[in-house]
Structure formats: structure tokens, C-alpha cells
Ligand binder design. Structure first.
Ligand SMILES: Nc1ncnc2c1ncn2[C@@H]1O[C@H](COP(=O)(O)OP(=O)(O)O)[C@@H](O)[C@H]1O
Ligand SMILES: [Mg+2]
Length: 333
């Protein structure tokens, strides 16, 4: 689908704002702080279901009692979200709901300047990044992750109390083992899917023989549910001492590998940029293949970070997608 327009009311610094989009490229130009990224944020709320940088109390314009955003697609469908300091409401297909319904979602590939630092980022940053992609690609992943995170939070809260009940701990262990096993297996599969595409896409950008891949680092090599449960029980004394859960898929990492070495520290700045570009291209490719929808590409201020050949590559690669770009200055390449 193609976004026709997006309208904001009391959203971040905007009182009212409307962007009419082209079906190919739309450029949002403006000084720093004028509210460009906020427009992409609103698009994400109405396509992915949530913001990439904040929760609703931060988003509502200071001093106002509500925000409202409305997205219109070229086929006439609309998505609306409102928030009134208490309740978030989506209106899609003439129905109200608390969350964006799955069938109202649409894949977007978001490219933020901070993504260019992903290679050197922490394990939790890597997990957040790939968890997000995997959740969009696979609904079972999405649901398992949210159940896993809830169970982990509850178990950690319990570990902090004096003499937590063994029965309660066991019931959280069961959930962690069940969903942790699913997520572990899916992570192997989905990283493999990215790796099947990453090298050829990288070579279309970098035109050399470098070999790149993503490596899934985990303590849990295709572990069974009962082995997972056993490991949680074996770690209990340690966990009680630490006050948190020390074993599980929430400790995994995804590392970028460049010519057989960890890319962080071995790949140059330019190579790292090409690597991230390749990752974005692969994201778009697998979203389209797996979801059957051509993703909308949101490029937030990334042109200023890239040299001309890479800018051209970005534009060429996404020439058949709808692309929305924010920038402080006219975009040249
Ligand atoms: N809840 C809010 N109410 C009012 N202004 C806000 C709110 N949240 C952020 N801002 C301001 O909105 C502006 C827009 O931010 P942003 O969309 O990131 O701008 P840009 O991407 O153009 O640099 C910033 O100046 C920020 O201080
Ligand atoms: Mg910005």
C-alpha cells in the first residue's frame, strides 16, 4: 500500500500538521527540532502499532489533553490513533481497539542515524533490533516474546523479595522455558534467513569479495524445553543472590561478522556503513517475500551520514518502494 497523507494534532511540537505523500519519494525538509522525526514516529504508530522512541505520555504535546493522528492510504483505507493522557484508541476498519489490529499493520523499514552504530552496540541493543524485525516477520515470535518478557519481569520481581514462593517461581520457570525454547529456535531460523541474503546484497553495495554474516550467540544451542527448565532450576541459587534471572534467551546476542572476525573493531567505518545498508536492504527484501507487501521506507536524516555512492545506492535500491525522507538540507547524490 501507499500512504497518501498523514495528519497530526497535538503530536510532539506540532499543533496541526499534514503531509501529503508522493507514491515514490517524499522529502520532509526542515531545521533541527522542527518535528521531522515526529512525523515518521506517527507513521510508525499507525503501521507498526507503536513508536520507536517513546511512550504516549512523552508524545502528547506538552500542555494538551489529547493527541490524534490519522493516516490515509491510496486505496482509501484510514488508520486513526488517539490518546487522551489515559487511554489509547485505534480506529481501523470502523472499529475501535486498544492495539493496532494485526491486519491493520503494514511493514515499514525505518532507518535512523543511530542504526549506523548498531555494529558497535551492546547485546541488548542488538536483541532489541532483531527482536523487532523478527516480531514483524513472525507473529508467533511476537506473541512468544511478549509472554516471555512478562514472565521474566514477574520472575525477577519475585527474586527480589524475601523468600519467594517456590511454587510461584516454578510457574514462571515453566513459561520462560516454553517461550524461551520457541524464541531460541526461531532466532536460529530467522538469522539464517537474513544470512542467506546478506552477502549478495552487500556485494551489490561494496563490489568486493568481503564475506559478511550475522552470528547468533547463545548459551542455549537448540535446547529442549525440559533442558531449559532444568537450567533455570540449576541457576536458582545464583539468581536469588543476584536478584534477577541469569539464564535464558534474554542474554543472547547477535554479532556482525566481517571476513571471519567480529566486525566491531575489524571493519572500517565505510565497511560498517555498507553493512548496515545491506541489512536494511535485506530487511525490505524479506518483509516483501514473507509478508507479501512492499514495505514503506522511512529514512530519518541518514543522507547527511552517507557519502554520495552510498546515497545513490540507497535511492536505487528503494526505487520501487514508497520512500519518505527527512533531512535538514536538500538531498543530493
Ligand atoms: N511532548 C512534546 N511536546 C512539545 N514539544 C515536544 C514534545 N516532545 C518533543 N518535543 C519537541 O519537538 C521537537 C521535534 O522533535 P523532532 O521530531 O525530533 O524534530 P526533528 O526531527 O525535526 O529534529 C523538538 O524540538 C522537541 O523538543
Ligand atoms: Mg530528527
Amino acid at each position: 500500500m501507499i500512504i497518501k497523507s498523514i495528519s497530526l494534532t497535538n503530536f510532539r511540537n506540532h499543533d496541526t500538521y499534514r503531509l501529503d505523500c508522493n507514491k515514490d519519494t517524499t522529502l520532509i525538509l526542515g531545521e533541527n527540532g522542527c518535528g521531522k522525526t515526529s512525523v515518521l514516529e506517527a507513521i510508525c504508530i499507525l503501521t507498526r502499532g507503536k513508536s520507536f522512541r517513546a511512550t504516549d505520555p512523552d508524545i502528547i504535546k506538552r500542555g494538551k489533553s489529547f493527541y490524534r493522528i490519522e493516516l490515509e492510504y491510496n486505496n482509501g483505507e484510514t488508520r486513526i490513533a488517539t490518546y487522551d493522557n489515559k487511554t489509547k484508541t485505534f480506529i481501523c476498519f470502523n472499529k475501535k481497539s486498544r492495539r493496532l489490529p494485526i491486519k491493520a499493520r503494514y511493514p515499514v523499514v525505518l532507518f535512523l542515524p543511530s542504526d549506523l552504530n548498531l555494529v558497535s552496540g551492546s547485546p541488548s541493543r542488538h536483541r532489541d533490533y532483531f527482536d523487532h524485525i523478527f516480531s514483524e516477520l513472525n507473529n508467533e515470535y511476537n506473541e512468544s516474546l511478549s509472554k516471555y518478557e512478562k514472565a521474566l519481569h514477574q520472575r525477577n520481581e519475585l527474586l527480589k523479595t524475601d523468600q519467594p514462593s517456590k511454587d510461584s517461581l516454578f510457574s514462571w520457570n515453566l513459561l520462560l522455558a516454553r517461550y524461551g525454547t520457541i524464541l531460541n529456535k526461531k532466532r536460529y531460523e530467522l538469522i539464517e534467513l537474513i544470512n542467506q541474503n546478506l552477502n549478495s546484497v552487500y556485494h551489490s553495495i561494496a563490489e568486493n569479495n568481503d564475506i559478511i554474516s550475522l552470528s547468533y550467540k547463545t548459551e542455549l544451542k537448540n535446547i529442549s524445553e525440559s533442558e531449559y527448565l532444568k537450567a533455570l532450576e540449576q541457576n536458582l541459587t545464583k539468581d536469588l543472590y543476584l536478584g534477577h534471572t541469569s539464564f535464558g534467551i534474554h542474554r543472547d546476542d547477535f554479532e556482525f561478522i566481517f571476513n571471519g572476525k567480529i566486525a566491531n573493531g575489524s571493519a572500517s567505518r565505510g565497511e560498517t556503513r555498507s553493512l548496515i545498508l545491506a541489512l536494511k536492504f535485506v530487511e525490505a527484501k524479506i518483509f516483501e517475500e514473507k509478508l507479501g507487501k512492499k514495505p514503506i521506507i522511512l529514512l530519518d536524516d541518514v543522507f547527511s551520514e552517507l557519502d554520495n555512492p552510498r546515497r545513490k545506492c540507497l535511492i536505487d535500491n528503494f526505487k520501487d518502494n514508497q520512500v519518505i525522507i527527512t533531512s535538514v538540507e536538500e538531498v543530493t547524490y
